[in-house]
Design a protein around this ligand. Structure first.
Ligand code: ATP
Ligand code: MG
Length: 424
């Protein structure tokens, strides 16, 4: 027996209502805030992610799916959405348009991870990016959108965690303080943190090992080392968040390990879940476009894991029914009736009615049983007699009440009947 590859899954029909609910809500929000959809390819040049996500990060070092195509190009399955959006911004000359450019995506991402609940090798991100403005009000708006999504979906018990990690002006002094602090505790660090201390000290704060948590609590805080410009920006972000009524908590362990991530970083996490299972994460990347070969251009964005959002919805007991049940089921008896049934079915579909036709020439009883199981509120029955008379039997499944309707009137009569039904 074949199974889905490890860390991937089938989204079965019963799960589709959750996906539709989340995606429709996300897209509605994007329209509300003036974001336009951008779809990028499933794979990009491997070097794009090495430059943007960064060699030395977990994603690039351990998690990307890389392959060589037949001409020897080295390609990577998209592990995240920000780099492709920035690539498209540059490739299509969007800097020449009025700024900021607001773009969103809904896209499968691929990371070679150890699969567990809420952590997959193929997962879906909803993300949005606003490129071309430094305005702290934009930071606040970007956080607000994330917050509004969870509000609209009715996911409770989430908190927004906020931090500012400064910029290339002020970060060196902070890193120095961090390294000095950690060097004094070198002996008690977990193995990974030993490496982080050498290679990427900011990432020390990101460590998930329980043994290192007290150290993180006592570590110097980035907000205490901000230069006047970054401090001013951060104060403004807090001001606008308060003005918009978006609740948040300062969390100094929130970081991004690369130089082009600047100032605002934030995450949305379950109140009791720690940062292991962030539902979404975002931040400013004022150095990224330049890193990718463009002119210095600020940017800020956010990405949410749709799979994790749906897990949370289900955990909360939200039930959604599949709205795709047929509106009418067409049953028939005999070959002539079957011909008429096919014609009638085509006609009903042309009228926009969701119609399921019986297949397999089974008994009428079996067909009606099937009709019942599909949840169709009506069925149409065609036998030799009805065809002879140019009629069909319209049966209301709920109580079995039947009426004869001329074939020429069936579509109109059904549309009327269906309109009086409660929605799916
Ligand atoms: P984590 O710390 O959980 O590994 P991350 O920092 O790697 O998350 P980001 O790169 O910030 O995650 O991606 C944004 C969001 O995408 C995450 O908050 C999460 O909701 C979702 N996400 C990331 N990796 C996965 C995965 N392997 N499976 C499902 N969702 C994921
Ligand atoms: Mg990760």
């Amino acid at each position: 027996m074949y199974r889905v590859p490890r860390g991937t899954m089938d989204v079965l029909p019963a799960d589709q209502p959750y996906w539709r609910h989340v995606l429709e809500t996300a897209e509605r929000l994007c329209r509300l805030y003036g974001y336009q959809r951008l779809d990028t390819p499933l794979f990009e040049d491997a070097s794009l992610f090495q430059r943007s996500v960064g060699a030395g990060t977990d994603i690039v070092e351990k998690e990307t799916y890389n392959f060589q195509d037949r001409s020897g190009e080295l390609l990577t399955l998209r592990p995240e959405g920000t780099a492709p959006v920035c690539r498209a911004y540059l490739e299509h000359g969007m800097h020449a348009l009025p700024q900021p450019i607001k773009l969103y995506y809904i896209a499968p991402c691929f990371r070679y991870e150890r699969p567990q609940a809420g952590r997959y090798r193929q997962f879906y991100q909803w993300g949005y990016e606003a490129i071309g403005s430094m305005d702290p009000a934009l930071d606040a708006e970007v956080v607000e959108i994330a917050w509004r999504l969870y509000q609209l979906l009715g996911i409770t018990d989430l908190v927004v965690l906020l931090n500012s990690i400064g910029d290339p002006q002020c970060r060196p002094a902070y890193l120095k303080a961090l390294v000095a602090y950690y060097s004094a505790h070198r002996g008690s660090l977990c193995r990974d943190c030993g490496v982080r201390l050498e290679k990427n000290p900011l990432r020390l704060l990101d460590c998930k090992e329980p043994q290192d948590q007290p150290l993180i609590q006592g570590a110097p805080r980035a907000v205490d080392y901000l230069c006047p410009e970054c401090r001013g920006h951060h104060a403004q972000v807090e001001h606008y968040l308060a003005l918009l009524g978006v609740p948040y908590q300062m969390e100094h362990r929130l970081v991004r390990g690369l130089d082009y991530y600047t100032k605002t970083v934030f995450e949305v996490v379950p109140r009791d879940g720690g940062s292991q299972n962030a539902i979404g994460a975002g931040g400013r990347y004022d150095g990224l476009i330049e890193e990718l070969g463009g002119r210095p251009t600020p940017g800020i964005g956010f990405a949410a894991g749709i799979d994790r959002i749906i897990l949370n919805l289900k955990r909360q007991g939200l039930t959604l029914r599949d709205g795709s049940r047929p509106q009418v089921y067409v049953a028939y008896l005999g070959d002539r009736a079957k011909d008429a049934a096919l014609r009638l079915t085509a006609e009903l579909r042309a009228e926009g009615l969701n119609t399921l036709l019986a297949f397999g020439d089974r008994s009428l009883r079996a067909q009606l049983r099937h009709a019942n199981s599909t949840g169709a509120p009506y069925s149409l029955i065609l036998g030799e007699d009805e065809v002879q008379a140019g009629e069909a039997l319209l049966r209301r499944m709920e109580d079995g009440e039947q009426e004869r309707v001329p074939l020429t009137h069936v579509a109109a009569r059904l549309s009327q009947a269906v309109a009086s039904q409660p929605g799916p």
